[in-house]
Write a protein that binds this ligand. Structure first.
Ligand SMILES: NC(=O)c1ccc[n+]([C@@H]2O[C@H](COP(=O)([O-])OP(=O)(O)OC[C@H]3O[C@@H](n4cnc5c(N)ncnc54)[C@H](O)[C@@H]3O)[C@@H](O)[C@H]2O)c1
Length: 255
């Protein structure tokens, strides 16, 4: 069994569903003590219960990542419970509004940016403050293949995820000399409630087949495949990796 995160204390945002839940479970299996953060208490409690049933250690901290005070409290709770913060997977996110750019209201735009972009900034700011006190750590941010290329009616999402890549590189450059590595994972289409909600929208009825066909591996991914990359990036096995964009996308960006 891979115990590459043995004893590390790790925050996972959006840990109540999909990729975040899979990552929280995988971090735990790899030996980490996990702080599951989400606005969805029921989903997050389910993740924590699954970890505890396996005999491992996790806590839930209700957090809206778009609210800096709540993020500060999340990091304080992690420090209170485990004494230090070694890693973080900043993954909470919202799907696009599904409107072309000129139809987006300011409120719709802000809703997506506040979670997908501001949320990653707030998380990194407070996580890095904690990591600086204990000599370093590792952060992984969830961007998307749509941070690199676009699809229709998703400019709000694409913009937010491209922003995450810039934030990731900026932090990697600022904190490399203080032993904090910061990387981004770029999932292709992954079978989670987010994608299930998108393809259940009648205007996207034939989308799932198109999505499959656009991935050279001929299928969409499963959350555990993203989680495996996240565990590696958080672990000391990735000790010379920082500022990287790791596509875990079935080849989507290679076309
Ligand atoms: N599923 C995909 O195909 C795919 C592809 C590329 C990138 N992503 C990204 O991966 C991440 C996870 O997506 P997923 O597919 O697992 O989606 P999901 O909807 O299954 O999970 C997202 C989780 O984030 C939580 N969340 C939403 N807003 C929050 C907030 N303000 N504060 C705290 N938690 C919040 C939700 O409650 C949920 O538990 C997102 O950032 C998403 O943009 C997903």
């Amino acid at each position: 069994m891979n115990r590459d995160l043995e004893g590390k204390s790790i925050i996972v945002t959006g840990g109540g569903s999909g990729i975040g839940r899979a990552a929280a479970l995988a971090c735990s299996v790899a030996g980490a003590r996990v702080v599951v953060a989400d606005i969805d208490a029921a989903g997050a409690e389910e993740t924590v219960s699954a970890i505890r049933r396996a005999g491992d250690d996790a806590i839930f901290v209700a957090t809206n990542v778009a609210d800096e005070e709540q993020v500060e409290a999340l990091v304080a709770a992690a420090l209170g419970q485990y004494g230090r913060l070694d890693g973080a997977f900043n993954n909470a996110g919202l799907s696009q509004t599904n409107l072309p750019l000129h139809e987006l209201t300011a409120a719709q735009w802000r809703r997506i940016q506040s979670v997908n972009f501001d949320g990653v900034f707030f998380c990194m700011k407070h996580e890095i403050r904690a990591m600086l006190k204990t000599g370093g750590g590792a952060i992984v941010n969830t961007s998307s293949t749509l941070g690199r290329v676009a699809m229709r009616s998703a400019a709000d999402y694409c913009g937010s995820k491209a922003g995450v890549l810039g934030l990731t590189k900026g932090a990697a450059v600022d904190y490399g000399d203080r032993h904090i590595r910061v990387n981004a994972v770029l999932p292709g289409a992954v079978d989670t409630p987010m994608v299930q909600a998108l393809v259940s929208d009648p205007q996207f009825a034939d989308l799932i087949e198109k999505i499959r066909a656009s991935h050279p591996l001929g299928r969409i991914g499963v959350p555990a495949e993203i989680a495996a990359a996240v565990v590696w990036l958080l672990s000391d096995k990735a000790s010379f990796v920082t500022g990287a964009e790791l596509a875990v996308d079935g080849g989507f960006l290679a076309i």
